[in-house]
Design a binder for this molecule. Structure first.
Ligand SMILES: Cc1cc2nc3c(=O)[nH]c(=O)nc-3n(C[C@H](O)[C@H](O)[C@H](O)COP(=O)(O)OP(=O)(O)OC[C@H]3O[C@@H](n4cnc5c(N)ncnc54)[C@H](O)[C@@H]3O)c2cc1C
Length: 458
């Protein structure tokens, strides 16, 4: 069972009309070939969404500037190249599905992939079990079945934790249920909403493969996909105000610079809209601000640990423990390197707890949890990186997740305001691909198409 695979194995059951936006968003770049735009566009945020929107618009003749608040390009794509002899992803790492722009671009960038023959391990009933052993256990299988059944959930909107109780997920495996559902969705089961999970399962069209690149980094793929866009980025330009009252849109940054454009794409993380770090003049419609508050996004972190020997089984891909860090995977797997590196990934309440321990405390906690799973972690430990996305300015979280009673908040977020303000970013993907890189790129494509179409419609 690979991460994220579980929710996407099901057939689509939505009426075609409802998932038309996702069909549009998964169109290839070539769908815009006959559209031209000679105006000026400002894009706020140099993550996958903003960069991909810029690349499309630049290809179609627009004059584009990307304003990025931080001092680097990529947002939640952040590759570390000095911790080991291969790229370590502090942010996005896997390609979720082969039917996506990202997978296409990865192939074009020359990426090869790690084998998917390795096994996942699960700790429950007092011992560590390989996937083949775990799937001999009725309680474990019934928990997996409950996950498969999310697509058929027809109750009221509630949390995945409540759904787990209704569907009798056993206490013995509830931590694995949390790892596969809540943690995978950037939070924990007490916060993620069932209707949003169901919608994702229904609309997902990218395929169910989860692929890790061998030696091509996520940033290299993004740079390969968006070469012109990268040259259009101005870093350390934190946008404070977007004023739509004049003939041109006026955008002001923290350092007092003012930029003018015909159209703006706002491609910042949902956290930045939730905390009103950008002032919109006139204010955003009430329905939009309400929708923004309903979409979740919170603290999460990756803990990268290097050891002087392999302490885990030789065929292990990932391990699901029972304590604070729901999953670790073998980053150095499949002969990728002679180094021995695990990545822990934790979101939601557990991430908040770990944050309170401080960096050293987090590493000690991770080693303690690994000692319990395998022994020898503390003695074999060499070095670590803790990357807490909750503390990264202008991002402040991992990725968006659906909350109970969120309704059509994503659709409302995605809608343009008037004819000059457009929205992109992973949280605005209406086709079930939120919280992914390819989803972010697809929202960039959507916003670019909206601008190109608006030009044609004038
Ligand atoms: C730990 C982690 C693991 C992940 N794993 C995967 C994975 O394996 N596979 C996958 O597909 N996805 C994964 N994701 C999700 C994926 O990284 C994101 O969905 C995607 O990169 C988001 O792109 P974006 O353009 O929407 O936002 P971002 O990448 O966040 O870009 C937004 C940019 O806006 C900038 N900004 C914010 N405010 C302002 C402002 N006021 N003015 C100017 N600029 C501003 C930010 O600095 C940022 O650079 C992961 C994410 C994290 C954090």
């Amino acid at each position: 069972m690979n991460r994220r695979k579980f929710l996407h194995q099901t057939a689509w059951s939505m009426p075609a009309l409802l998932w038309l936006p996702s069909v549009l968003a998964s169109c290839k770049k070539t769908s815009v070939d006959d559209l031209q735009y000679s105006g000026k566009v400002l894009i706020i945020g140099a993550g996958a969404a903003g960069l991909y929107a810029a690349q499309i618009l630049l290809d179609q003749g627009a004059q584009v500037t990307i304003l990025e608040a931080s001092n680097r390009i990529g947002g939640r794509i952040y590759t570390n190249t000095d911790f080991s002899d291969f790229p370590i992803e502090l942010g996005a790492e896997e390609i979720h599905g082969e039917n996506s722009i990202l997978h296409e671009e990865a192939l074009a960038a020359g990426a090869t992939f790690l084998s998917d023959e390795l096994e996942d391990y699960y700790y429950f009933n007092g011992s560590l079990k390989s996937e083949s052993n775990a799937t001999e256990n009725t309680l474990f299988n019934s928990m997996l079945q409950s996950i498969d059944d999310i697509v058929n959930y027809n109750g009221g909107d509630t949390t995945a934790a409540a759904y787990g109780e209704i569907s009798n997920v056993s206490d013995n495996v509830v931590h694995i249920f949390n790892a596969l559902v809540g943690n995978e969705h950037g939070t924990d089961n007490t916060r993620v909403g069932m209707h949003g999970l169901r919608t994702e399962a229904e609309r997902w069209t990218a395929g169910d493969q989860n692929k890790m690149m061998r030696n091509t980094s996520m940033f290299e793929v993004l740079a390969h996909a968006c070469p012109k866009a990268i040259s259009a980025v101005l870093t350390e330009k934190a946008v404070q105000r977007i004023d739509l009252n004049g003939n041109d849109v006026e955008v002001t940054t923290l350092d007092g610079s003012i930029f003018y454009a015909d159209a703006v794409i706002c491609a910042v993380p949902i956290t930045q809209l939730k905390n009103n770090s950008i002032e919109f003049i006139p204010p955003l419609p009430t329905a939009k601000t309400a929708a923004i508050q309903k979409i979740g996004m919170g603290r999460g972190m990756k803990i990268i640990l290097q050891f002087n020997q392999r302490i885990w089984p030789s065929n292990m891909a990932s391990v699901y423990g029972k304590r604070n860090i729901p999953i670790f995977w073998v980053t150095s797997a499949d002969g990728r390197s002679d180094a021995f590196i695990l990545t822990g990934f934790v979101n939601g309440a557990s991430a908040e707890y770990l944050f309170g321990l401080g960096e050293e405390g987090i590493i000690l906690q991770a080693l303690d949890e690994l000692d319990e799973l395998f022994g020898e972690a503390t003695t074999a430990f060499v070095s670590a990186i803790v990357h807490d996305w909750g503390s990264v300015p202008f991002i402040e979280g991992t990725y968006s997740y659906p909350t109970p009673d969120m309704g059509n908040a994503i659709e409302i977020l995605a809608q343009p305001v008037g004819t000059r303000l457009f929205f992109a970013g992973e949280a605005s993907h209406t086709g079930g691909h939120t919280s992914t890189v390819h989803g972010a790129m697809e929202t960039g494509l959507r916003a670019a198409i909206e601008i190109l179409q608006s030009n044609r419609d004038e």
